[in-house]
Design a protein around this ligand. Sequence first.
Ligand code: HXC
Length: 510
Amino acid sequence: MSEIIKQLEAKRAQAHLGGGQKRILAQHKKGKLTARERIELLLDVDSFEEWDMFVEHRCTDFGMQEDSVPSDGVVTGYGMINGRLVFVYSQDFTVFGGSLSEAHAEKICKVMDQAMKVGAPVIGLNDSGGARIQEGVASLGGYAEIFQRNVLASGVIPQISLIMGPCAGGAVYSPALTDFIFMVKDSSYMFVTGPEVVKTVTHEEVTAEELGGALTHSTKSGVCDRVFENDVEAILMLRRFFNYLPLSNREAPPIRPSASKSEDIDFSLDTLIPSNPNKPYDMLELIHKVLDDKEFFEIQPDYAKNIIIGMGRVNGQTIGIVANQPLVLAGCLDIKSSIKAARFVRFCDAFNIPVITFVDVPGFMPGTSQEYGGIIKHGAKLLFAYAECTVPKITLITRKAYGGAYDVMSSKHLRGDVNFAWPTAEIAVMGPKGAVEIIFRDEKGDSEKISAREAEYKTKFANPFVAGRRGYIDDVIMPHETRKRIARSLLMLKDKELENPWRKHNNIPL
Ligand code: HXC
């Protein structure tokens, strides 16, 4: 017995040492934590239950039978974040560069399977050189086993990937299948083919950082949802983000009491909209003023900035925010912003998170680059996402709601539950200038007549009353009471039930 216990202790010590002290030091020198240190920081103190510490790889090629470490380059198990269950895997770069063997993949699949059975999220901390080269196709098979599980878990349990080192080749596709990808600045990168292959094939010279670093993916590709300065900040922010999410699609998001009162009013909102309709303002100001403790967890803040998405709370309840940002491209909808918001609306809908939409949109972005890029299909993604969405939907039009973009942005016609407008709202097919230029083309040379026509159009259409008369908006509210009115609406919608017709799955325009 004591011999077994000695062996047990030796194996545990070996597993804890991973690839050895030298490689741990190298990891620290790069400013990175080890796989176990990351888990310790992520989970509540003393809550981690580790599984499969004794798993080792089964490879016998290239002298691998002599080179094996318990845990095989990934630490897996479950624990708590603020008392709520989560499954984790954390790749250990000190063991064969965190590369994925068949056994390593099996460990990840085991926690994913269990997470699905009990209904709890999976967080993956990725730091890996990709497929374990010595294992060949067994490793590729391992990846595909994970991909399959990612897909089956999609919309059932939240899946979050935090990229904390290399993530290359086909290995990028597991994070890509999860709900959110967070990255660490300067130490993480993701690409399908690395700089060397790029140089050979396209003759482009590019560094790993330029090709797939955190800044590239958070500003250019939109692959990354948030970037953090270092491992510690990333993990602490991930803990904070986790607090917004339900454990699975079977439950409502958690309620977190706050000092903010739901009936709070804020008179500063009455002057948010400039008197000149062409002058921008910062939609983030409204978002912060509506949310509990003014706390907003923005997602993709540096990508497609003409639309804002993120999580917050009202009355302690998690809500998803989608808002046009007039400060960027006048808040127009384009390809990138449509895709960004559509994916977010679908996430909220899958996980019972009400969607609040703030609208100030002059329309879809015109131009050949948008048309050639497929704005028709990509804009339809957002329309589709809102139209299929069955969670509570509250919409507030602050200023412009023009054309097709009015329809798309959670309008009454797409089953918006509560649709408000501020007195400054202009709900019309297009702005006065554009409208008059078309319908009174004959009077183009006569500036006096044109100004009179514009004024006439403005009085007639550039206000909330035409839509109000038809019941397309439920009420015109004063800006200062926005939080109160949204809070009451959410309460009213607490037990909303709505189902879409049965089908195998829908066919969103991809
Ligand atoms: C086995 C690997 C490995 C791998 C790294 N190592 N990647 N072992 N399989 N894929 C080992 C190294 O031999 C080294 O061992 C240790 O990990 C650390 O690697 P270094 O190269 O010293 O570290 P660094 O300089 O930081 O470079 C990291 C790296 C580089 C950029 C990730 O190691 C690298 O390019 N690795 C190969 C990447 C790759 O081509 N992977 C396959 C991609 S294709 P020692 O003993 O010296 O410490 C793929 C297909 C998936 O993943 C398909 C799914 C559908």
